[in-house]
Design a protein around this ligand. Structure first.
Ligand code: PEP
Length: 253
């Protein structure tokens, strides 16, 4: 059975002491355990990866993740952190291809493919983000855009590598806007993405891959979204910055 995953994307928020406090509050809220077959990942700013990892300690249900990794292995790339460096620091997850990276930092499909390959080579699980902007949704061409993003970034992988990828469908029009895709819109796109995986890798592999929904997930709408058969959890931005709200979302898994 594929895992349910609730990942928080803290983006560039919080001071170190606030980050520690948030992590501690989340941990104590999870003391009674997560819902069955569910894990949670805190994707924190790079500076906080190790302190948060140290606070979390060794658990099989709460993990730390990075928000990006470089498209290069090592060398003269000022300001970058490689997947190899993350792996050597035992960071198990990294978000790749977030829409903010695509729109603000020039992460093209080609760059994202390279980052995915390097993360997998380093032994880190990439959380690969895809999703359409508002005008594409309005034009009704959202499936073909998401298909092109998925094809460009991950469908070249072999079956054993693709099983290590987590996919996050994040319609850009729903990120940080308060607008959430309806549970049916999310389900339709998740089923479509799974059908792309099915064509290349077959049913067993397609059924094993977790596909998360991201875009204004809150404790009040998470249950309806997570109840859909192809929605395997969420990638949560704003609501992951408040422990009570994030814990409420986890309980909906
Ligand atoms: C995100 O940044 O990945 C995200 C989904 O943000 P929000 O939950 O704030 O829409």
């Amino acid at each position: 059975m594929r895992k349910k995953i609730i990942a928080g994307n803290w983006k560039m928020n919080k001071t170190l002491s606030e980050a520690r406090a948030l992590c501690t509050e989340i941990q104590s809220g999870l003391a009674g355990g997560l819902p069955e077959n569910t894990i949670s990942i805190l994707c924190v700013p790079g500076l906080y990866l190790l302190p948060v990892k140290e606070l979390i300690g060794n658990t099989s249900s709460l993990f730390v993740g990075a928000q990006n990794s470089a498209a290069f292995t090592d060398g003269a790339f000022t300001g970058e952190t490689s997947a190899t460096q993350l792996a050597a620091a035992s960071i198990p997850y990294v978000i790749i291809g977030h829409s903010e990276r695509r729109s603000l930092f020039g992460d093209t499909d080609e760059v994202i493919k390279t980052k995915i390959d390097l993360a997998l080579e380093a032994g880190i699980t990439p959380i690969f983000c895809c999703g359409e902007p508002k005008e594409i949704r309005e034009a009704g061409t959202h499936e073909s855009l998401v298909k092109s993003q998925v094809e460009a970034a991950i469908l070249h992988l072999d079956a054993s590598s693709i099983k290590k990828v987590v996919i996050a469908y994040e319609p850009v029009w729903a990120i940080g806007t308060g607008l959430t895709a309806s549970s049916q819109q999310a389900q339709d796109m998740h089923a479509f993405i799974r059908s792309l995986l099915l064509k290349v890798y077959g049913k067993e592999t397609a059924d094993s891959i977790s596909i998360l929904y991201g875009g204004s997930v809150k404790a009040s709408n998470a249950k309806e979204l997570f109840e859909m058969p192809d929605v395997d959890g969420g990638l949560v931005g704003g609501a992951s910055l408040q422990a009570a709200e994030f814990l409420g979302i986890i309980q909906c898994a």
